[in-house]
Design a protein around this ligand. Sequence first.
Ligand code: CAA
Length: 289
Amino acid sequence: MSDERTSGIDRVGVVGLGTMGAGIVEVFARAGLSVVAVDGTPELAERGRGFLERSTGKQVQRGRLSEADQQALLERVTFAHELTALADVDLVVEAVPERMEIKHDIFGTLDGIVRDDAILASNTSSLSLTEIAAATARPERVVGMHFFNPAPVLKLVEVITTILTDEAVVTSVRDLAERLGKKPVVVRDRAGFVANALLIAYLARAIRTYETGHVTREDLDAAATAGIGLPMGPLTLSDLIGLDVVKEVCDVLYAATHDPASAPPALLQQMVAAGRLGRKTGRGFYDYA
Ligand code: CAA
């Protein structure tokens, strides 16, 4: 492992181009890094390109980005549907669905593809990073790099470490997050890390409150925005995060702490079972045309 590589991360990969992955691609490309963006099929890779074009297109419309800069940004990103496209990147961020068997499969495969000195990062919000790292022969080069939704806007990046993570890797990833204009915080692998450990019991309480029927969804959300000064009400925020993700983090926190405040409310479980996952499916607590 050369020092240049540890300190200079210039070429990155992102695996999984859903809401979070596409946002993370945008963050890297905006910061001038060259990005290889991978999803499982040519169609999903194209959908990822569409997200990036639309999101940067909105910034052009708002006068925040020139057309020439948008073009340059898009040219920094290559889309692919095979993990082998990541053979020469310095770091990969995985942002695929939150299922341990999928993460294991991807980390195990990536381990055999990327250079020995490359860093493997996961954007997991609920799974154990230690278990993910165990799928590789390089657990000391595996970290969490947990972005917040919408990734291009929110500043926090939780840098998750395990008992095996190399200190130099932590420093590299923290420096990278700062280069992206983010605020990194370093957290040891633990259910909910820091931000979700604070947030999820509040969202679960809001859903339970709504479930009692004594307040409308709009008024409940207004209590948080107009009364407590939060940027979004908890039901709107749950729809933004994705109700499946909220439920997964509830499950993990509840299993780890047995704190009833983190237990997934019945309504949340039913909405997930019914496929009402929030914005991404067009329907959650609110409807999105
Ligand atoms: N992609 C790119 N840019 C976006 C965006 C997106 N998805 N959404 C909003 N923006 C940009 C807008 O373009 C706008 O940029 P300019 O100021 O340059 O024009 C800026 O963000 C503000 O957007 P809006 O004016 O449309 O709306 P707003 O001021 O109401 O802000 C918000 C929207 C940023 C989403 C704000 O409401 C907010 O911060 N909400 C709370 C979000 C939050 O708490 N997220 C954390 C969820 S927890 C999580 O993600 C972790 C997990 O593991 C579950």
